[in-house]
Design a protein around this ligand. Sequence first.
Ligand code: SAH
Ligand code: SF4
Ligand code: F3S
Length: 440
Amino acid sequence: MNIYLETYGCQMNEYDSELILSILKKADHQIVQSADEADVAFLNTCAIRENAHKKIYHRLDEMRGRKKRGQKLVVGVLGCMAQSLREELKDNAPVVDIIAGPDSYKRLPGLISEACGGDTGYDLSLSEYETYSDVAPVRVPGVNAWIAIMRGCDNFCTFCVVPYTRGRERSRSPQNIVEETQAIVAQGFKQVTLLGQNVNSYKYGNYDFADLMKMVGDVPGIRRVRFTSPHPKDFPLKLLQVMKDHPKLCNQIHLPLQSGSTEVLDRMNRTYSKQEFLDVVNVIRDTIPNVSLSTDIICGFCGETEQDFQDTVDVVEQVGFDSAFIFKYSERKNTIASRKFPDDVSEEIKTERVKKLVEIQRAISLARNEKEVGKTFDVLIEQPSKKNREEWLGRSDHNKGVVFAAPQHKPGDFVKVKITSAGTHTLRGEIVTPAIAFCV
Ligand code: SAH
Ligand code: SF4
Ligand code: F3S
């Protein structure tokens, strides 16, 4: 069969799509690049906010159109939205033939056969054990490879659908992760990003996240190790010390704040207060002086007052994140918040708060980037710059995007770049030519 796969949502979903491709190829299916050529079209979906759902319904309308026009097409919805909206998908979108959640991908070849025989196939069982550690992802060649070190989440932040879509937390063995890292080095990748919903609660026997980071950093040939996302509740000094001391572990932490108000954090079940978050940031910056910090923030969570919002602004200003993803609260079915708290902040106020915070953060990002002008960084070239294909986009160890011209180089090269100017999102620079010693 010709299979087409489209991916939405976070890096974990990107990684899952690589696993899905591997499972399907092993079952002798071919992967095609457009839905026009496909016998089976899969959408690997996200459920984190309502917008994510809207995109999929839109795509399903399009698939319905194809079927009506006579294309013989099996349509499958995979991923988080499949898991959380099974009933709605069946009712609202009769176009769907296959529904499979994040722990059911090994069943896909069977579900395809059933669907091609005219049946409708569903598998939404969540597993306590599935880590796909026996599946080798089919990766698009490039500079960075993802490796999921754990699956699921047990934190149950009250706003969040993930514990329901991805089930209980489980970690993969460190040996298995090290072997996958060796494999990606052999394939030519320079950087690995370790993935999980809550990476710093990684636990396998006596191994914790700091042990794992060191083991991965020690794999010969790997040049950079990053990770996402950690939870602020769990930042032991041991981990920070490993990050500081190990040259391969990048000085970058994505530290989701969600809110700066202790009352709101409490209702969110984030298990830290405003002050505790600020304390964690101080310890991080004391231990790793040139670390870059990014964050996620939700505006307009249930009961958020103007004072609560000001607390968020206060933390954002005190910390000075390098960048931030800022979202409007979007109520998710079956979450604790949807059962316990009314979604009582109006759409207008949510929008206004997001706008204000985005403006504040833009000014902070720009000011932080301007401080980098004049410095020289080791930059890993990733891809051509979107604005000018003659230039490269690369990244510093502390995750700053840098644009520069270097026609003699290619993605995967490490070069020294001196920063000449700064914007809100990226830096510009020029390549520093290594001094050449002439022997006369
Ligand atoms: N495990 C990650 C979160 C992944 S979801 C973590 O804990 O950081 C990415 C971000 O989406 C979250 O950090 C949060 O800011 C946002 N998010 C999650 N649920 C949301 C909701 N119901 N409405 C708006 N934003 C939400
Ligand atoms: Fe969701 Fe919280 Fe788990 Fe992140 S830690 S995935 S926000 S429940
Ligand atoms: Fe990721 Fe969206 Fe699922 S953010 S974990 S794909 S709900």
